[in-house]
Design a protein around this ligand. Sequence first.
Ligand code: HEC
Length: 216
Amino acid sequence: MKALIYTLRILIVFTLFAWVTGCSATDHSNTNAENKSKGLALKPVSDTSLDGFRAQGKLIVKETFIALSSELKNAIQEGGVPHALSFCNAAALPVTDSLAKIYDVDIKRVSLKNRNPLNQADAFEASLIETFTKLSVADLSQVNMVVQDADGFPVYAQPIILGENCLQCHGSIEKDIRPENLKLIRKLYPDDKAVDYNVGDLRGIWRIRFNIKVTL
Ligand code: HEC
């Protein structure tokens, strides 16, 4: 019900965009060219329309995803999953925080079944996730949302979907996660809830909050 109240006092807009949000690394080569052609500077937010926030949010998610996934890929190559787990533990939040500073926004990846306690969805974020849970897997990969939070800040939200290459750290504890890796996960995150996901599951959302109060 709370979810409904939040969603009622804000404007929710879904849009379809032909952009692959899967877990495999996205082609980065044309990002800057794309940004230029759309006249978008990632910092500061120049267009405070709904579409402006959506376009900025989408780009910030894309850039952050690329940064995180390339770091993750390197860490796995360097020292396998155990090294990558320790790497994520130390670096995931600093990476998102440093990008947030550059873009002057607040970047979070939040989940109802989270690993790091700092990534647990609050009531507002949970309401956004619930809105997405009603969608099919096909729609999830193409949808996003721009809403206004209770303090009047615009928030861009986009689903995070579980891919094949996420299973070794977030999949079934019986089938997908090796016992030694599970042990390390539980050591690093005693309250871990981010296991037993299947491919195509809604893993959580990207939540980008802009530091500009506007009425959308
Ligand atoms: C090498 C293991 C590993 C792989 C592979 C991996 N993750 Fe994670 N993931 C982690 C760790 C560790 C954290 C906690 C990071 C932190 O402490 O901030 C995490 C956190 C997250 C979070 C933030 C919410 C939370 O639960 O804390 C999301 C969302 C997420 N992962 C999604 C994915 C997706 C989608 C994939 C596949 C592209 C993936 N992960 C692949 C280890 C992994």
